[in-house]
Design a binder for this molecule. Structure first.
Ligand SMILES: NC(=O)C1=CN([C@@H]2O[C@H](COP(=O)(O)OP(=O)(O)OC[C@H]3O[C@@H](n4cnc5c(N)ncnc54)[C@H](O)[C@@H]3O)[C@@H](O)[C@H]2O)C=CC1
Ligand SMILES: O=C(CO)COP(=O)(O)O
Length: 328
């Protein structure tokens, strides 16, 4: 099966960066954005001024306002928009083709992972999940970036990784789609928590403890969902948790900092905050953990703070006074 042409759907920061990476890999790329005006503006300036201002795009990135047949389809819209997006696509354009899911979040209401949404909406598509430590600005600028690409067929996943790999982009093939999807969704929840720790000036020790206990919690969720805890030792787990929980560049971390400074979710959103996927995913992850009967005090804490049900001081006091337990 040829892997020459790539359609990236989603004209935000990540879609633009993935389109640029695919062009660097030598693929023929179409970046599918919402309107003809937006496509025209991108093609005229070779810059996506709204999503990645100042980043010149390779001539190989051509924007358009609709999907046409491509060997590889990459979805790069927010996790809560994936179902709506798929409902508007011609199923024939996805059937039998690799569809790479790159959003990091769980769906409100259904608790679905991105590949479960794809299965509902386009059951004949072949799902892959791309996740790992990768800021759009880094990838688009050609700074070294490594991610996990998980798919069900080992050989096809390696072929797809090779088709997308470039001099500065290194996708590692993997087979644990569930583990990679859960890791990508949950790291945003822990990034909110780490941002809140810093916003409330609780110290670097608290933040490191949170990352380690978050990792342990994430392993419990992944295992209960049927994924492998071993996956979390890789880029989609430890890699992305480290990046997002320690970088002011992260939108989830920034949102968390504002929460930690005492602002409410509504105030932060109203002030024009960028997309922070953890905000929608926290309550979904809390509901999922509850349904699986797993103890997830950190996810529950973020859920409570995001919902305005508890302040940071109360949450910290509650976490620190939990009964002592063995670590593992
Ligand atoms: N920005 C980053 O560094 C990274 C982002 N991601 C993930 O990628 C996903 C998208 O994030 P960003 O691109 O950064 O967000 P963004 O806010 O920059 O862009 C989102 C884009 O999706 C478009 N969109 C929304 N609903 C749509 C629909 N129904 N149909 C077509 N287009 C639609 C919007 O118009 C917007 O252009 C998120 O799940 C995020 O976690 C993953 C890795 C890195
Ligand atoms: O997923 C990301 C980096 O791997 C981007 O994180 P933010 O959405 O928090 O900016």
């Amino acid at each position: 099966m040829p892997l020459e042409t790539v359609a990236v759907i989603g004209g935000g920061a990540w879609g633009t960066a993935l389109a640029q990476a695919a062009a660097m890999a030598g693929r023929v790329v179409r970046l599918v954005v919402r309107t003809a005006e937006q496509a025209e503006a991108i093609n005229r300036a070779h810059v996506n001024a709204t999503a990645l201002p100042g980043q010149a795009l390779l001539a190989g990135v051509v924007a358009a306002d609709r999907l046409e047949r491509a060997d590889i389809v990459i979805l790069a819209v927010p996790a809560q928009s994936t179902r709506t997006l798929l409902s508007g696509l011609e199923p024939d354009l996805l059937a039998g083709r690799p569809v790479v899911l790159s959003a990091k979040g769980l769906e409100t209401g259904t608790l679905a992972r991105q590949s479960e949404i794809l299965f509902d909406m386009a059951p004949e598509a072949v799902p892959y999940v791309l996740s790992g430590p990768s800021f759009a600005a880094d990838l688009a600028a050609g700074r070294p970036t490594a991610v996990t690409l998980a798919g069900d067929d080992a050989s096809a996943t390696s072929d797809l990784a090779a088709a997308l790999a470039g001099p500065s982009f290194r996708p590692y093939a993997a087979d644990d789609r569930i583990g990679v999807e859960i890791a990508g969704a949950l790291k945003n929840v822990y990034a909110l928590a780490c941002g809140a720790v810093d916003g409330a000036s609780l110290g670097a020790s608290a933040r490191a403890a949170l990352i380690a206990r978050g990792y342990a919690e994430m392993a419990r969720v992944v295992t209960a969902m049927g994924g492998s805890a071993h996956t979390l030792t890789g880029l989609a787990g430890l890699g992305d948790l480290t990046l997002t929980c320690t970088s002011v560049q992260s939108r989830n971390y920034q949102f968390g900092m504002a929460l930690g400074a005492g602002r409410s979710t509504e105030e932060i959103v109203a002030s024009g905050a960028k997309l922070a996927e953890g905000v929608a995913t926290a309550p979904v992850a809390a509901a999922l953990a509850k349904s699986l009967q797993i103890d997830t005090p950190l996810i529950d804490a973020v859920d409570a703070v995001v919902a305005g049900k508890a302040d940071i001081a109360t949450i910290v006091a509650g976490l620190m006074s939990r009964p002592l337990k063995r670590e593992i």
